[in-house]
Structures are given as C-alpha cells and as structure tokens.
Ligand binder design. Structure first.
Ligand code: SAH
Ligand code: SF4
Length: 390
C-alpha cells in the first residue's frame, strides 16, 4: 500500500531526539504527531491514527510488533521513533491489593517520586467503576480528606490518566475493549486530586477513553467529581460532556468553609448556579451531589431537609458517603441509623439517594491512604538500611 511505503521511506530519516509517546495523544494530536514525524498527508495520518487507536486502546497491545495489519517496516519505525511500548505505555504497579469484595486498589508510579492511586470497584452483575486520580496529592485541604494532607502535587498527564485505565484493563484481562459483557463500564474522577485544576489533561483523557474505536466508555458513563471550582465548571461540560459530581458535604457556607475550604472562594450560591448552568444538565443527565456523613457535624434531619430545599430545581441525585476514616482524622462516620434517617428524608423528597456501600475496607480505607502507607513503609525500610549502614 502506498501509504505504508511513504511511511517506511520517511521513517528511515527520522532523528532520534527524545520523542513523546503515542499514549495520551487525542486523535487530532496523534495525527499531527504522525504527520510531523513521518511527513504524512492529513488523510494518511488520519488512517494511521485510526489503526493505532484500535491497537492501543481496543486490543491493548504493548508491542508495536503485534500490530499485524501494520507493515513490518513501519512497525520497526514506530518502535524506533516512540520506543518500546511495553516500557512507555503503562505506569509501574508499586502495590496491588485485592479485597474480599472484589475491589482492587493499585498504587502506580508514573515517574520517580510521582505516585498515585486508582481503585476498581466491581458492581453486582457485569459492571464496575474505575476511580482514577487526576493529580498527585491535592492543593486543596478538605478537612475530612486524606489526600488533602499530602503535600506533593503535580498534574497527571493525559497519558498518566489513561495509563491507569490500561493497567487495570490488563489486570482484569479486558481486551479487546469493544467486546460485550465488560466489567469496567464506568470511569469516575474521584481518586486523588482536583480534576478541574487539571482540566485540559482530564479533557484529553476523556476524549481518548470515550473514543468508540478504542476503550469505548461513553461520556455518559464518565463522571468528574469536583470540590466546586466554579469558573471551570462550564468549560468541563462544554469540553467533555462528562457527567458532573459535586462534593457538597454541607448545606451552609459556615460549615462548608471548614469542610471544603475552597468554598470561601466559591460559596454555595455561586456553586449551585454553576450547576444549574452546567451544559447538558437534564433529568436524563442529573448532577450527583456527594455528601459525606460525618458524625455530629453534618448529619442531622434538619440538614437533610435543608439539603432538599437547597437543590430545588436542579436535576440531582444525592450520594450519601459513609465517612471513610483514616489515622488521625478529626471526624468519625455517622451512625448507620442517622445515615438511614437522612437518606429517608432525601428519598421522600423525590431524590434518589443511594448510600454508598463501604468497599474494600479490608485493603486500605480512604483514598490517599495506600500511598501514605507505602511511603511510610519505604521510609521505615530506608531507616533500617540507614541503621545497618551506621
Ligand atoms: N477533588 C475532587 C475529586 C476527588 S475526591 C472532589 O473533591 O470532588 C472524591 C470524593 O471522595 C469527594 O466527594 C470527596 O469529598 C470524597 N472523600 C474524600 N475523602 C473522603 C473520606 N475520607 N471519606 C469519604 N469520602 C471522602
Ligand atoms: Fe482535594 Fe477532593 Fe480531597 Fe478536597 S476532597 S482535598 S478537593 S481530593
């Protein structure tokens, strides 16, 4: 095929300057990269991109050599240009824990010192959500959140966000992506970090994950959770068409200022207005409001009623989250009775209000904890080594 020949000839002239990998490039960016690297016409680049998307994200290959409908010469050129996929396409798994309830938690290393978690939560039947991280640590300091206590922060790149999905799909052996009966059906940006402080990378990752020649998880099954970065909310909807979740947790500004301090900058009235204005919001595309149940802090019946009145007019579902304790946390989880009473009031007002079942409690509790445990473990190993050396 002439396209292949063009590529092969061009590839021999490619210089060896450090090249970006292909993972994490949206279709448009990959086509641009290929056409620059191999002097392709736009049509050729589009066709190659399509092939590569299928191999990388539908079949999950980790070796250009396995791309059987790509000529041998081109496969070699791709390897020469972008390196061994097996070394560049996946983050390293530092720790993997599997709970008795099927929950799988991973600590991944993207680069030296750059580690983040993701958690796969299988549901009843053949469906399941993967909770991905968007940043290493978080710059916000929600007082109930363990990630908020971690200092190191950097945005994860689109490749690093997509890499979390690839690693988990490898682990649950879910290739090709487009087959029926998949276990990984939903993606939630509820791991470490504030996704709206990394909007462009999150947006590219969503474009790749939802591509229907690739991983093929529809945008309606991708939910981005935010603590309420109001100025970015409209752009999130416009750029990604993802479902929106808001970490609400309080029904008045005084309490929310404490629990979710970014509320001082973007108070409740602004946040709720941004929800009403969220692109595409409707009864079929409702906003999820997350409400963590903190004993004696935000869990009274009066607060349940206030919550209902606050959300009037917004197509919403309310997700009640039992607080997930972590060592040194200044809160404890509400009693089960209080949670059920709270849920009842919200339910009777016509809102779906599932209580999120605690999952994976036996492996590591709150998000961010696996990372801390691992850092501590390594610190103690280092201490022991130091002792030996001394
Ligand atoms: N930064 C984003 C997304 C990551 S946090 C946000 O705040 O929305 C994902 C969800 O987990 C949020 O609703 C957050 O409030 C909740 N969360 C954090 N720590 C928790 C804990 N210890 N127990 C229960 N929920 C927690
Ligand atoms: Fe950051 Fe979200 Fe945790 Fe708040 S709840 S500290 S925004 S990760």
């Amino acid at each position: 095929m002439s396209v292949t020949l063009d590529l092969e000839t061009a590839a021999t002239a490619v210089s060896s300057y450090p090249a970006p990998g292909l993972i994490g490039l949206t279709r448009a960016k990959m086509a641009k990269q290929l056409s620059e690297d191999f002097s392709l016409t736009p049509k050729q680049a589009k066709m190659r991109t399509s092939q590569l998307f299928q191999w990388l994200y539908n079949h999950g290959v980790t070796d250009f050599e396995h791309m059987t409908n790509v000529s041998k010469g081109l496969r070699a050129s791709l390897t020469q240009r972008y390196g061994q996929l097996s070394e560049t396409a996946r983050p390293e798994i530092i720790e993997r824990q599997v709970s008795t309830d099927g929950t799988r938690k991973y600590l991944l290393r993207f680069a030296p010192g750059i580690e983040a978690e993701c958690v796969f939560i299988p549901d009843v039947g053949r469906s399941g959500a993967l909770c991905v991280s968007s940043q290493v640590g978080c710059t916000l300091n929600c007082t109930f959140c363990h990630t908020g206590t971690q200092l190191l922060v950097r945005n994860l790149t689109p490749a690093e966000i997509v890499g979390q999905v690839l690693v988990v799909k490898d682990d649950i052996e879910e290739w090709p992506s487009t087959e029926h009966g998949r276990q990984l059906t939903n993606i939630v940006f509820m791991g470490m970090g504030e996704p709206l402080y990394n909007l462009n990378n999150v947006s590219d990752a969503i474009e790749i994950i939802s591509d229907n020649e690739g991983i093929s998880i529809s945008r309606r099954r991708i939910t981005v959770s935010t603590s309420g970065i109001v100025p970015q909310m409209h752009a999130l909807g416009a750029q990604t068409q993802a479902m929106l979740a808001i970490s609400l947790h309080a029904t008045n500004d005084d309490l929310r200022n404490i629990l979710v301090p970014i509320n001082k900058k973007y108070p409740l009235d602004q946040l709720l207005q941004a929800c009403r204005d969220y692109p595409g919001v409707s009864n079929a595309r409702r906003i999820t409001f997350e409400y963590v149940m903190l004993k004696g802090v935000n869990d009274t019946k009066a607060e349940a009623r206030k919550l209902v009145s606050l959300l009037k007019g917004i197509p919403a579902k309310i997700n009640l989250i039992p607080f997930n304790p972590w060592p040194g946390a200044p809160y404890s989880c509400s009693d089960w009775e209080a949670i059920e009473e709270f849920a009842d009031i919200v339910n009777r007002a016509g809102y779906a209000s599932p209580i999120r079942r605690p999952r994976g409690r036996d492996i590591a509790a709150a998000c961010g904890q696996l990372k801390t445990q691992s850092v501590k473990k390594r610190a103690s190993v280092r201490r022991n080594e130091a002792t030996v050396e001394l």
